[in-house]
Design a binder for this molecule. Structure first.
Ligand SMILES: CC(C)=CCC/C(C)=C/COP(=O)(O)OP(=O)(O)O
Ligand SMILES: C=C(C)CCOP(=O)(O)OP(=O)(O)O
Length: 314
């Protein structure tokens, strides 16, 4: 009897996973098409620059951050069309960060998103400049998107200011610097968490918060979504660290074992694999709990995305 019940539960969770993967794929395809269009429309820029920007931007990738923007807007009952330029801008910022992260002066990686890294194909100078251009264009796209969507000046400027903070010296760039400085050093779990929170968490929080701000949600809901997003961001980075140990290079599209090779502090290196998986599960459950019990808010898809991220293999 118990065996049959377990079998049914497993089948139901497999079906749920397939449905959410399909949902993510549909939104990611929409983002991909929009990114293709925006960048095709960039006229008057040197052809090699455009080529190298599009090479990394359209290489694939999970599109987690833009999907989170759109799903947050959906959960808050907003207009996803209006949020699309913001979602794409965030993916441009993320892609710039990956191009620079792979450079010889940083992680010195040869593969990303299943393809040769940008600098391997276009050279270091072009890769740096393609990253710079993606970052700058992203802010232009957010400003244009805000005008087209008719957002209030206050909402638009708050989103753009938050974007600068999350991507900049206090956020992702600062986190990357601390990450580089931590190589070959034994750091504490608190230091590691602070690195992950800035390097990865701030951009994921920006995704969720910009979706919420576009919908002008209440302060308590914004605060709950913020707690959700930081929990999710940390869990996401822990799973990235785990996949660097036990992942399949063909699926993750980047080398396995590169953290250990660079002697980087990660959750598995500090806590071991089993404890890291436990931490991942606890963080995800706590993050999901933040989304329950808010009126005029439908969290189902966000909750399912959190579950999907727990079991992701790419
Ligand atoms: C300003 C810059 C360059 C920011 C980079 C931010 C970032 C999240 C890099 C990838 O982290 P990672 O090295 O842990 O991930 P991966 O395994 O994908 O290289
Ligand atoms: C923050 C981290 C761990 C860098 C990789 O991010 P993703 O795993 O989202 O990379 P893509 O799918 O966008 O390539």
């Amino acid at each position: 009897m118990n065996g049959r019940r377990n079998h049914l539960i497993q089948r139901r969770s497999r079906t749920k996973l397939l449905i959410i993967k399909d949902y993510i794929r549909t939104k990611a395809d929409w983002v991909h098409q929009a990114l293709d269009q925006y960048t095709q429309g960039l006229s008057g820029i040197p052809a090699p620059l455009l080529e190298s920007m599009r090479y990394s931007l359209l290489a694939g990738g999970k599109r987690l951050r833009p999907v989170l923007v759109l799903s947050t807007v959906e959960a808050c009952g907003g207009d996803e069309e209006k949020a699309l330029p913001f979602a794409c801008a965030l993916e441009m910022i993320h892609t710039y960060s990956l191009i620079h992260d792979d450079l010889p002066s940083m992680d010195n990686d040869d593969y990303r998103r299943g393809k040769l890294t940008n600098h391997k194909v276009f050279g270091e100078a072009q890769a740096i400049l393609a990253g710079d251009a993606l970052l700058t264009e992203a802010f232009g796209l957010m400003a244009r998107g805000a005008k087209e969507a008719g957002l209030s000046a206050d909402t638009a400027l708050t989103i753009i200011e938050e974007g600068a903070r999350c991507a900049g010296a206090k956020g992702m760039v600062g986190g990357q610097v601390s990450d580089l400085l931590s190589e070959n050093r034994l750091i504490s779990l608190e230091e590691l968490e602070s690195i992950h929170r800035r390097k990865t968490g701030d951009l994921i929080a920006f995704a969720v918060r910009m979706g919420a701000r576009i919908c002008e949600v209440s302060e308590p809901l914004l605060a709950a979504l913020t707690r959700f997003s930081y929990g999710l961001g940390l869990a996401f980075q822990i799973q990235d660290d785990i996949l660097d140990v036990i992942g399949d290079q063909k699926l993750i599209g980047k080398p396995v074992g590169s953290d250990q090779e660079k002697n980087k502090a990660t959750y598995p290196s500090l806590l071991g694999l089993e404890e890291s998986k436990q931490k991942l599960m606890e963080l995800t459950n706590a993050a999901k709990g933040e989304l329950l019990g808010h009126s005029d808010f439908k969290p189902d898809r966000l909750l399912e995305i959190a579950d999907y991220l727990l079991s992701r293999d790419r």
